[in-house]
Design a protein around this ligand. Structure first.
Ligand code: NAD
Length: 295
């Protein structure tokens, strides 16, 4: 509580321009969200085709804004022009926040974070959009861990309001306040959490998925469970459809991290629905078949 109070009082750095590392599903979405709310973004990747894909995604999202009368064509042109794709670190030095969204591999992330810290001015803030890797572990690769924290967006970035701002043991309150302010400027609802496996959302979601597996074992029909949770209980979707959106590979990896982090509470004695779907190559929407069939 004391820390939360300090965070609300700490002075934040005004984010004028951002760098997003990685132009994949998340990086592209984060760059779009930032630019659409008036904070220019440089999108850096190591592959030209990823940059092109990221730009196309942003252009499509701006296009939808125009189509549905939310923004003018002028605003769309301004927004698109304020995202700059690049393969070079040279161009990012003038930005004051970096959001790392490269592949979920601790070694790759550590190397990329180290590299970017070398390039950036000393007062720049660096965050990671990791879903599962400990913020303290990643901070261990850095010279300025006080300037580092987690900034965890959800997919699809332009639709999902929540951003988890994850405080590592060395993160300064100014860093937290700055990232909270940046997330708010992006139109998101930030929540500050301490570093732990699963942060906040996955600590709620995975026990829910566990409960869903138990229902299936008891003979429940997954479509009926989805229908009740969405149509009757009022959630946007049920657990089976949600797992198809998340992807079984991502879900399996996150479940393993949770079980390792909370062996007493999150270990599994037998396979759960995610494991079984994974074993049958039913990854969800990403390969066209999960609980449901797509395309
Ligand atoms: P992705 O595979 O779509 O994109 C990763 C991008 O990183 C690729 O374009 C790749 O070329 C690029 N990259 C790899 N090495 C790089 C480097 N050294 N420098 C710059 N770019 C590099 O992955 P994604 O789904 O966008 O996930 C990115 C991060 O976001 C991961 O940490 C993931 O856990 C997290 N995340 C993903 C989701 C999701 O639903 N996809 C949700 C929340 C958080």
């Amino acid at each position: 509580k004391k820390k939360a109070k300090q965070a609300s009082k700490a002075k934040n750095v005004d984010v004028k321009a951002a760098t997003v590392l990685g132009a994949g599903i998340m990086g592209g979405g984060i760059a779009y969200q930032s630019a659409s709310r008036g904070v220019p973004a440089i999108m850096k990747d190591i592959r030209q085709e990823a940059l092109e894909q990221g730009m196309n995604e942003a252009i499509q999202l701006f296009g939808k804004g125009v189509k549905y009368g939310k923004i003018s064509t002028e605003k769309m042109a301004q927004g698109i022009a304020s995202i700059k794709p690049t393969l070079s670190y040279e161009e990012i030095k003038h930005t004051n926040i970096v959001v790392e969204a490269v592949v979920e591999n601790p070694k790759v992330k550590e190397a990329v974070l180290k590299e970017v810290e070398e390039v950036m001015p000393e007062d720049a803030i660096i965050c990671s959009n990791t879903s599962t890797i400990s913020i303290d572990r990643l901070a261990g690769a850095l010279k300025r861990p006080e300037k580092f924290c987690g900034m965890h967006f959800f997919n699809p970035v332009h639709k999902m309001p929540l951003v988890e701002v994850i405080r590592g043991k060395d993160t300064s309150e100014e860093t937290i306040a700055s990232v909270v302010a940046y997330a708010s400027a992006m139109g998101k609802s930030p929540v500050v959490v301490n570093d732990c496996p699963g942060f906040f959302v996955n600590r709620v979601l995975f026990p829910y998925f566990g409960g869903f597996t138990k229902l299936l074992r008891d003979g429940a029909d997954f479509q009926q469970v989805d229908k009740i949770m969405s149509k009757k209980f009022g959630w946007p979707m049920g657990p089976a459809y949600l797992l198809d959106v998340v992807g079984m590979d991502t879900g399996k990896h996150a479940a393993e991290v949770m079980a390792e982090g909370f062996p007493d509470r999150m270990s599994k004695e037998e396979k759960d629905a995610i494991d079984v779907m994974f074993e049958h190559d039913r990854y969800g929407q990403k390969n066209g078949k999960g609980f449901y069939v797509y395309g």
